[in-house]
Design a protein. Sequence first.
Length: 473
Amino acid sequence: MRKVQLIFPPNDDKYKRLRSGYTSFPPPSGLEILATLIERNCPDIQIQIFDGSVQSFNEIASLLNADFIGVSDWFTNHRNAIRLAELAKERNPSSQVVLGGPNASNLANRILSRHPEVDFIVHGDGEMAILGLLKGNSFHEIPNIWYRNNNGEVEFSKQICTELDTLDVFDFRHLFKSDLGKYQNYIYDDCSLGLTPIPISSIRGCIKAEQQGPCIYCSMPEHQVRVMNPELAWRQIQHLNIVYGIRYFFETGDSFAVGDYPERFLKAKPPGLNVLFRNYATPDSLNVENIKLFKELGVVEVFIGVETINSKVLHRANKTYDTNVIEKIIHLLEQYGIRVFLPFMFGLPGETYESVRESSTFARYLIKKYRNVQRILFSLALPLAGTTWFATLVRDLDLVREYNEYGRRSLVSDDDIEYERLFLLSFKRHCQLSFTEVYNAITSQISGFPKDQIGGFGGLEHRIYRLANELMI
């Protein structure tokens, strides 16, 4: 019997302190979606999932023994993803090693050019790609994969988005180890204890990116909006509720307020099912009507992408909304008993001392005035691979030369990118203040709040502050 192991690696050492704003990280629902699909189409395959949020790197490494190994590669765990790929090939040179996730998608050519231990990269949706590889289909016929042709050259097959109604109802039976027991028979009325919501994906893509282009800091490889049949979505939710006692779910779509989907979703809700939701929304997508629908659906928390309230910085970030609506929306959500998670980014192109003070003061004002502002994210904006911001920086020859001089790196070919240095080089060219002023704004806002109410990049601002002093930025 063939064996498949799907892995979400632990974060790399420098991101070990990353905080989600909750007390823990959720299990990898995306890998379970893949596992369930494999199981239905290839019943002769044994499947295991390793979750780096509850398993150490060494434990996962000791268990590598599959014919096919898929590794989820994000910028926060890239080094561990590559190291696991190396170990898998050392242990079984004939195994197929595949990387997926946003980081691998956006650095596919670089990774395959530099890492012979990686056989394929999945770009965007992985369902059809994984099945095609397991069935042995011709590479050029398999959607969404990067591969090496017979001449060793890196090629991409073709892009096809997954139709969400083709997905199966999943559970977490393939997890090698988990802490799902905390959800069983858990009694809570309003999620006040920070229990991490379980991710589900009844929506994929971003309607704003489809219509106006992505925000300059967005690194997601696929923006086409797709929605799942509400009846199927509710079957998924009900299944996890029955099997594990899970009552709190996180809809991961970029905005839940897509057309009439919230209304259709509410109409399809099974009677007597008492579950709660967290979802994303853009400030300009919320109004009284859909907030009422959110309340009826059981939404208890909305992640509202504020980022900054400075109109000039927003314009340069290709994120246009009326900043005057923010407080009105928060007040409306408070009236309906819905909490908000507010992210604020610092260091975007065009940042000034005034814009930093404007956003940080506004954040503090909101926290003090509105009781429903329960979780906040104060972070630096990073020019990740795959963003239009990163692409702009790579075209700056002077910046590339300065980056490359440090540690004999190459901004145009390396896959292990030092984002701290890249951020500072962008900051020096495109912001009009010292980094110390940004650092003081972030750290002063973070102080005084419980850790489970603050999300961030786990001390990234401290490392960049030390580097900024070294470089006198």
